[in-house]
Design a protein around this ligand. Structure first.
Ligand SMILES: [Zn+2]
Length: 200
């Protein structure tokens, strides 16, 4: 499938990883220290979490900074909150072009909801400083924990499917041999497998 059909599955067609120079990193750290940190400190004092974000112009000068405001709304992660506030100051007709010429800065690796929000808002360049391993240590990324559980369930479904397939083949074989006792044992195994399938 080509990129023009909507989904890029060709590795070679994907953009190279985004990099930043020392000057750019210094500038973003400065925004974090001088703009994001003070409002995050105030937000944490009100019971919010320690995540902030900012919209910067192409030269990495601050447009708007925001912080986690979950006490106001559960969906107001730092990234979503800053997008919400940014939407208030940028007219709808200008948002696409404004987002595409801006840089989105997040203090921490954005969660599933925030990644979607950032991309749906039109931002193309996104930087974050602290990876999930940092927030994992704080027990925060509920979405990642959920994704891990979904993956585990998917793996279990796969093995149950393999098991059931084996049982179907087994039953066909037993039918051919005409051994009712063994067939009953096999049917019981299939029933137990189905129970596991629906229980987990
Ligand atoms: Zn988030």
């Amino acid at each position: 499938m080509s990129a023009t059909e909507g989904v890029v599955i060709d590795e070679a067609a994907q953009k190279p990883p985004l990099t930043a120079s020392v000057t750019q990193i210094t500038k973003m750290l400065q925004v974090m220290e001088e703009q994001i940190l003070p409002i995050t400190g105030a937000g944490v004092a009100k019971g919010n979490k320690v995540f902030g974000a900012a919209v910067l112009d192409k030269d990495l000068n601050l447009t708007l900074a925001g912080t986690n405001s979950e006490t106001e709304c559960p969906m107001f992660h730092g990234e979503v909150k800053v997008i919400y506030e940014w939407s208030k100051i940028v007219p709808p007709s200008q948002r696409g072009a404004a987002a595409q010429s801006s840089v989105f800065l997040a203090t921490h690796e954005p969660c599933c909801m925030c990644v979607s929000s950032i991309l749906w808002s039109g931002f193309k360049e996104i930087f974050y400083f602290f990876p999930y391993s940092v927030t994992s240590a704080q027990g925060i990324p509920h979405d990642i924990n959920t994704m891990v559980r979904i993956r585990k369930r998917s793996m279990m479904m796969f093995w149950y499917f393999c098991f059931l397939l084996f049982e179907v083949v087994d039953l066909c074989y037993l039918f051919r041999l005409g051994i009712p006792q063994m067939m009953n044992v096999s049917s019981l195994t299939v029933t137990v497998a189905f129970c596991f399938l629906f229980l987990f």
